[in-house]
Design a binder for this molecule. Structure first.
Ligand code: CS2
Length: 484
C-alpha cells in the first residue's frame, strides 16, 4: 500500500502527521530533501501549535521525480530522524500542492500573484541565484538575460521571481516575503540585492521597495540524499510505501529575521529563533559547520573515503580540522553573543561523526566554486587582512585544487559537478602540471577568488606547499604527518 491520506489509518498512530492538507500560504522553491526535512517540519509544527493557513506549495525547478512521488501520496512524505539512540519516523502533512517549474512556469507565476500566498521560501542551492560567488554581484548569463528580455517562460529562479512579482503587483495581491534558506552569506541581503537590482529597470521597482521583504535566515540540519535504503527504512517504520521519504540528523535549527509583511507561521512555537539579524548566526554556521564539512569532503574524497564520517575517522583528520577551527575559523569573526566558536565546532564534529548519516563526500564536494567563497575563502581573506597566514585554510583549498583534477590518490575517478567545471578543466589543461601551475591556474578563477586572494604571495606559497605534499605523499600521509 502507498502512503496517502486514505492509507494514514494504517500508519502507526505516533507517526501520523499533526496537520493534513492545510490551505496554501507559502510557496517553496526547491523541493529537495533538505526542505522536506527542515522548513516543512518546522511549518507543520508551527501550524499544529499556532494554527494558520500556511500550507506549502512545493515547486521543483526541474526534477519531476519528487513532484510525481508527492502528488501520488497527496503531498505526504516521511522524515526519519537518524539517532544513534534509536530512529523515529513521522509523516509530514504541511504540503498544499506540488508543481514543476520547468513543465509549467506560468502556473508558478500565477501562484506568486495569488493573495493567499504570503511567503516564498527558497532552497535553490548557491548556483540558483546567479550571483558571482566571490563578490555577490549579479551574473547576467544568457539564460537569465533571456528570461528578462524576452517573453519566454522563465527558466531561472530570478527570472521566475521577477515575473511572479510583476504579476503580483498587477493583481494587487499585497505584500510578500521572499525568504532565502540557502547557505549564502547574508542570504536575505543577497536576495534583496538581486531582486531590487533586476526590478530597478521595471515598473515594479517602487512596489518591490515598499511591499517585498527579504528576511535572511540561518538553516541547519544534515540531510543526506535519499537512497533506496532510506525508502526501505521508511516503509518498514510506516507499514506503507513512501517514495518521497527523507532522513535527517536529530539536530535541526532555524534562525530567521522576523520581517514578514503579510504574516507568518508561528515558527517560534516549533523551535525556530526569530531575530532582527541572522547574519552572525549564518557566519558562524557557514564558516564553521559548512567550512569544515567542505574540508573533510575534499580531503576525504581524495583519500578515497565515500562518507564524511569515515573521512573524519582518518588518522590525523580530526586534529587537523580542529586546528583549522581554532587557528583560522574562530579568530576570523565575532560569534553571536553567548556562543563559543570552539565549543560549537566540537558539537559540529560530533554531528559529523553520526555513523547513521551516510553523507557522501562527493555530495558536499559538488559546486565547490559556489561554496568555497563563503565557507572558506572569506575566513582566509579575513585572516590575511589581519596579518596572519591561514595555514590550515590553505590545506583545505589545496585539497579542493587536488579534488578538481578528477582522480583520487588511488587513481579512482572523482566527479566534478560544478557550474564552472568546463572553465576549471580548461584552465588546468592549459597550465603546467606542477603544484604552482595548478595553483596559479585556479587562482585565476575570478568568480571564486577575489583579486586580494589571487594576488597574495603568502597564501599562494602556503597553497603550493600543501599541494606539493599531497601530490608527493597523498592525503592520508599528509594528514597523518600534519601535526606533531
Ligand atoms: C553540506 C550542507 O552538502 C553540503 O554542502 O555542507 O548541505 C550541510 O549538510 C547543511 O548546510 C547542514 O545544515
Amino acid at each position: 500500500m502507498e502512503l496517502s491520506t486514505s492509507s494514514l489509518a494504517h500508519v502507526p498512530r505516533d507517526c501520523r502527521p499533526r496537520v493534513v492538507a492545510p490551505p496554501a500560504g507559502i510557496v517553496h522553491l526547491g523541493l529537495g530533501a533538505f526542505h522536506r526535512a527542515h522548513q516543512a517540519v518546522f511549518t507543520e509544527d508551527a501550524m499544529a501549535a499556532g494554527g494558520g493557513d500556511w500550507g506549502i506549495v512545493g515547486v521543483a525547478p526541474r526534477s519531476a521525480d519528487v513532484v510525481d512521488a508527492m502528488r501520488a501520496q497527496d503531498g505526504l512524505f516521511s522524515v526519519t530522524t537518524l539517532d544513534p539512540g534509536g530512529n523515529s519516523t513521522r509523516v509530514i502533512g504541511s504540503s498544499a500542492g506540488q508543481m514543476r517549474a520547468a513543465a509549467d512556469p506560468g502556473a508558478v507565476v500565477a501562484l506568486l500573484a495569488d493573495p493567499t500566498i504570503k511567503i516564498v521560501t527558497l532552497t535553490v542551492t548557491e548556483k540558483g541565484y546567479k550571483l558571482d560567488a566571490a563578490t555577490g554581484r549579479l551574473l547576467l548569463d544568457d539564460d537569465l538575460r533571456a528570461d528578462l528580455e524576452t517573453g519566454r517562460p522563465p527558466q531561472t529562479v530570478p527570472g521566475l521571481l521577477i515575473r511572479g512579482l510583476c504579476a503580483r503587483r498587477r493583481a494587487d495581491a499585497g505584500p510578500i516575503a521572499l525568504a532565502s534558506c540557502d547557505n549564502l552569506p547574508a542570504n536575505g541581503h543577497r536576495l534583496r540585492g538581486l531582486i531590487t537590482g533586476l526590478a530597478a529597470a521595471t515598473a515594479i521597482a517602487d512596489w518591490v521597495a515598499s511591499s517585498v521583504s527579504f528576511p535572511g535566515s540561518m538553516v541547519d540540519r544534515i540531510v543526506p540524499a535519499t537512497t533506496a535504503a532510506t525508502l526501505a527504512g521508511a516503509s518498514t517504520a510506516l507499514g506503507v510505501r513512501d517514495r518521497a521519504a527523507v532522513n535527517g540528523e536529530p539536530y535541526s535549527a532555524w534562525v530567521i529575521e522576523d520581517d514578514f509583511p503579510a504574516g507568518r507561521p508561528a515558527w517560534e512555537l516549533a523551535g525556530a529563533v526569530l531575530t532582527t539579524d541572522a547574519r552572525p548566526w549564518e557566519r558562524l554556521k557557514l564558516r564553521t559547520l559548512n567550512g569544515v564539512h567542505s574540508a573533510i569532503a575534499y580531503l576525504g574524497a581524495v583519500a578515497g573515503c565515500t562518507t564524511i564520517a569515515s573521512a573524519l575517522a582518518l588518522p590525523g583528520m580530526h586534529s587537523v580540522v580542529r586546528e583549522f577551527i581554532a587557528s583560522d575559523v574562530a579568530p576570523s569573526f565575532e560569534p553571536p553573543s553567548g556562543v563559543d566558536t570552539l565549543a560549537y565546532g566540537e558539537e559540529v564534529l560530533i554531528r559529523f561523526e553520526n555513523p547513521a548519516i551516510e553523507y557522501q563526500t562527493v555530495q558536499v564536494a559538488m559546486d565547490g566554486s559556489q561554496k568555497l567563497p563563503q565557507r572558506v575563502l572569506q575566513t582566509i581573506a579575513d585572516r590575511l587582512a589581519a596579518g596572519s597566514v591561514p595555514h590550515w585554510g590553505a590545506l583545505v583549498v589545496a585539497a579542493w585544487m587536488r579534488f578538481v583534477q578528477g582522480v583520487a590518490d588511488d587513481g579512482t575517478p572523482l566527479p566534478l559537478n560544478d557550474p564552472l567545471a568546463d572553465r576549471i578543466r580548461a584552465r588546468l589543461a592549459a597550465a603546467p602540471a606542477t603544484p604552482s601551475g595548478v595553483v596559479d591556474a585556479l587562482l585565476g578563477l575570478d568568480t571564486v577568488f577575489t583579486p586580494a586572494l589571487a594576488e597574495d604571495a603568502r597564501w599562494r606559497a602556503a597553497l603550493i606547499e600543501w599541494l606539493t605534499a599531497i601530490d608527493k605523499h597523498g592525503v592520508k600521509a599528509t594528514l597523518a604527518g600534519a601535526l606533531p
